[in-house]
Design a protein around this ligand. Structure first.
Ligand code: FES
Ligand code: FES
Length: 214
């Protein structure tokens, strides 16, 4: 009898404990179910976000866009303008995958706020080809196998475009220095340098692109 009572108590305690565990287990997913904002690296606040209307020119097209003040430029380009050619590698200014030209100068678009582009011109990799023809630089990347996985390629192309605009006939050391802010996880650096030199006319010739290094 004493043993049966002990069993009942134990079972009741077990069930009570299980009930607490089930309640905890069902509450935890409810907390975890909030969507995670990968671009911001944190869960979104429910507080309304400050917004600003900006004007900018993207790949030659003038645009007026209302942006949240917290958006980065790459977030604006990829998530709100649909230009997904610009990639996010590290999202903290280390790899160069997100490089675009801001008023002709290469910048890490993950490290620029979208509102800072107000009144300025932005060029992305989508702006390099013209009338369906790759730029000479893009064609040289194809001819010299400068893309492997391709994840860094749009950033490499934009950094090289800026380099060739400033230094049309660079030497190999100038190309390496000019591209130093763009990492390639595939370590395809020699092919990238060859392609940039070819596009400039300083290296082995390449198939003609749409004219000019850009
Ligand atoms: S994603 Fe911007 S520098 Fe790496
Ligand atoms: S081609 Fe793969 S990261 Fe550069």
């Amino acid at each position: 009898m004493a043993r049966k009572q002990k069993d009942r108590i134990s079972r009741r305690r077990f069930l009570e404990g299980t009930g607490v565990a089930i309640a905890a287990a069902t509450a935890a997913p409810a907390l975890a179910a909030q969507p995670f904002d990968s671009a911001q690296g944190r869960r979104p606040s429910s507080a309304p976000q400050a917004r600003t209307r900006i004007r900018l020119t993207i790949n030659g097209v003038a645009q007026r866009i209302e942006v949240e003040d917290r958006w980065t430029l790459v977030e604006l380009l990829r998530d709100h303008v649909g230009l997904t050619g610009t990639k996010i590698g590290c999202d903290r200014g280390e790899c160069g995958a997100c490089t675009v030209l801001l008023d002709g100068r290469p910048v890490y678009s993950c490290s620029q706020l979208a509102v800072w582009a107000d009144g300025r011109t932005v060029q992305t990799v989508e702006g390099l080809a013209r009338d369906g023809r790759l730029s000479a630089l893009q064609q040289a990347f194809v001819d010299h196998n400068a893309a492997q996985c391709g994840f860094c390629t749009s950033g490499q192309l934009m950094a090289a475009t800026a380099l060739l605009a400033k230094t049309p006939r660079p030497t190999p050391p100038q190309v390496r220095a000019g591209m130093a802010g763009n990492l390639c996880r595939c370590s395809n650096y020699n092919a990238i340098v060859e392609a940039v030199l070819a596009a400039s006319g300083s290296g082995p010739q390449t198939t003609a692109g749409n004219g000019g290094a850009q």
